[in-house]
Design a protein around this ligand. Structure first.
Ligand SMILES: [Zn+2]
Length: 275
């Protein structure tokens, strides 16, 4: 006879759980997540911890499982508020209250990027309202030499920087090869050059940090370091995973930054440039 891992009572021959206990446990986990996800909408968060303790006790949810359930509940709450990609001040306050109530670190809550998404949406709202966002803290040295008159708004790490390059090629050329002119006749000519064409290709030039300030876009990689002033940019090209910028110069070629999140990168840079 084995004991049920949920209620501790005999579960029967070769069994370690009662079906009923297992079901209650599963329902409890879903309810636990649900309570957290719906809490910000309900308003008062004070009763939440007691409610969660009660569910955990009644449904025999192991203590070790609670942090993961809290994170899942928080992520769902964020998802509900951000499904329109907009975060109102009120929504932001409710979610930060929820973060305080849950005994899980911000780092853990951000395991799948929920806190980052919240911060991004709040940053975009600040910019739209004409407020300079001050939502990122940076420990350590930044690889950018910021000017006194600007402030850092966001830093992307591990950004691939792509440059468009032009190569001149000759097509239809023949390097001393034989080719057939007519049946049975092979014509050979060395060094014959064909049409000159310009080909453009996008090449991975470097990987590094992309800093966005109130005035510039900065890039710092192992090989390339530069900044571009917003008023020198003539077009912003949104991509799925990044942004393309075109400078205001005759010789300028498109510069692309792959951040992994084109939606945020584009909205951030394009809106800051208009600020
Ligand atoms: Zn049981």
């Amino acid at each position: 006879m084995g004991d049920c891992k949920f209620c501790g009572k005999p579960a029967g021959f070769l069994r370690n759980e009662h079906k009923e206990c297992k079901r209650r446990h599963e329902r409890g986990k879903a309810e636990f997540i649900q309570q957290i996800a719906a809490a910000p909408d309900r308003g008062d968060l004070a009763p939440l911890p007691d409610r969660l303790r009660e569910i955990a006790a009644t449904c025999q949810i192991e203590r070790t499982m609670l942090p993961a359930l809290m994170i899942a509940g928080f992520e769902e709450a964020v998802e509900r508020f951000l499904d329109d990609h907009l975060l109102t001040v009120q929504e932001e306050e409710k979610l930060s209250e929820l973060m305080k109530v849950l005994p899980v670190s911000q780092e853990e809550l951000n395991r799948n990027g929920a806190v980052t998404r919240l911060t991004q949406c709040a940053t975009l709202r600040d910019i739209q309202e004409g407020i300079v966002p001050q939502r990122i803290q940076f420990d350590g040295m930044l690889p950018f030499n910021l000017q006194k008159s600007e402030s850092l708004v966001w830093v992307f790490q591990n950004v691939a920087y792509l440059e468009q390059r032009t190569r001149t090629e000759f097509v239809g050329g023949s390097q001393g090869m034989s080719f057939r002119v007519a049946k049975g006749v092979y014509y050979r000519k060395g060094g014959f050059k064909g049409r000159r064409v310009e080909r453009t290709e996008t090449a991975h030039a470097d990987t590094g940090w992309l800093g966005v300030t109130t005035k510039h876009v900065y890039f710092a990689g192992a090989a390339k370091r530069f900044r571009i002033r917003f008023d020198k940019i003539v077009t912003f090209e949104p991509y799925d995973d990044g942004i393309g910028l075109m400078r205001d110069a005759q010789t300028a070629k498109p510069q692309t930054f792959v951040t992994g999140d084109g939606w945020f990168t584009y909205n951030l840079i394009a809106n800051l440039a208009q600020m």
